[in-house]
Design a protein around this ligand. Structure first.
Ligand code: PBG
Length: 336
């Protein structure tokens, strides 16, 4: 059959027809809202200039946002901590009274299990140099001396300590984002040994060294004193290597696999959907959010529609969960 017998416009004629045959629908439970929790500083939320509508929270105000997320039907929140003190190894990351454990306990007190609580696990917010773990001397192969390289195995030891502190505080999921080799297996083993077998691991499996993280580094106070993350995050042009990363993290016991950033990596996400039966997450990162917010502020596009379209595309490509800074407005619009 072909034109004029076949007319694909028939099913697009009215809103009711279009809705009936829609292939991809958004639901608030698909969204995960990233939250920045600050220890110390002013007792009120502080707006992040490069991310209109997003603020750093105190360990008290973050609880109100978590409660709003529950009301809006949002699936989860992912916590990022901004500590009062930093050092060369990032030891404030595993302090049981640090920002993430404190916020987790307070959120649980208010909303119980009604919200899935994720904790990002990385040292970059907790080190004074802004890198994802201790620096220096030993490269990933164990030999090349370079004082700007993160020491893989020592960084992983820190991630395990972070994960244990967050699990003890009551998170559902820990999400190691540092792209160190072996981090998922080490965290899984550490959690199980400590009796936290119920806590899941979301692997930032295919995480690229992306310019789209720019605004996040303001938001999280994790700008680097020098160097970059190219010796551990992936080269944006690499697609086969993403399969290797995803395969390894699945084999290491990840409960959920993530692709990050999202919109510029939909091919990677779609391929992961075809290849894995594990749930997939995709992170619409700070720069993806900031681009749309900035263009909308200038009146250059309809920000709400563009955001809805971008997140729809991420779900269409295969994401079960989308980490998005627009989770609250998106969810409220869907609630009507
Ligand atoms: C590392 C981490 C980063 C992001 C999430 N976890 C920054 C980085 O890898 O440099 C970026 C998220 C975003 O840009 O929204 N802890």
């Amino acid at each position: 059959m072909s034109f004029p017998t076949t007319r694909l416009r028939r099913l697009r004629r009215t809103p009711a027809l279009r809705s009936a045959f829609a292939e991809t629908r958004l639901h608030p439970a698909q969204f995960v809202l990233p939250l920045f929790v600050r220890e110390g500083g002013p007792e009120h939320p502080t707006p992040i200039a490069s991310m209109p509508g997003v603020s750093q929270h105190t360990t008290t105000t973050v609880v109100d946002v978590a409660a709003e997320a529950v009301t809006a039907g949002i699936g989860g929140v992912i916590l990022f901590g901004i500590p009062a003190t930093k050092d060369a190894v990032g030891s404030s990351g595993w302090d049981p009274s640090g920002p993430v454990p404190t916020a987790t306990r307070a959120i649980r007190d208010r909303v119980g299990d009604d919200l899935v609580v994720w904790a990002d696990v990385c040292q970059c917010e907790y080190t004074d140099h802004g890198h994802c773990g201790p620096l220096g001397g030993v490269g990933p192969g164990g030999s090349s001396a370079d004082d700007q390289l993160v020491r893989n195995d020592e960084a992983v030891e820190g991630y395990v300590r972070d994960a244990l502190a967050y699990a003890a505080a009551g998170v559902d999921l820990v999400a190691p984002s540092g792209m160190m080799d072996g981090q998922v297996a080490a965290i899984r083993a550490g959690l199980d040994e400590a009796g936290h077998e119920r806590v899941g691991v979301v692997a930032y499996a295919a995480k690229y060294a992306s310019a789209f993280y720019g605004p996040f580094r303001d938001a999280a106070g994790s700008s680097m004193s020098g160097g970059d993350r190219a010796s551990h995050q992936m080269d944006p042009g690499n697609r086969r290597e993403a399969r290797l990363e995803l395969d390894l993290d699945a084999a290491e016991g990840a409960d959920v696999l993530m692709v990050k950033p999202a919109l510029a990596y939909l091919d990677v996400l779609a391929e992961a959907r075809a290849r894995f039966d594990q749930p997939l997450a995709a992170y619409q990162v700070s720069g993806e959010y900031a681009m749309l917010a900035a263009a909308a502020e200038r009146g250059w596009l309809d920000g709400d529609r563009a955001m809805h379209e971008a997140v729809t595309a991420i779900v269409r490509a295969g994401a079960d969960q989308v980490l998005t800074y627009a989770a609250l407005p998106l969810a409220r619009a869907l609630q009507g």
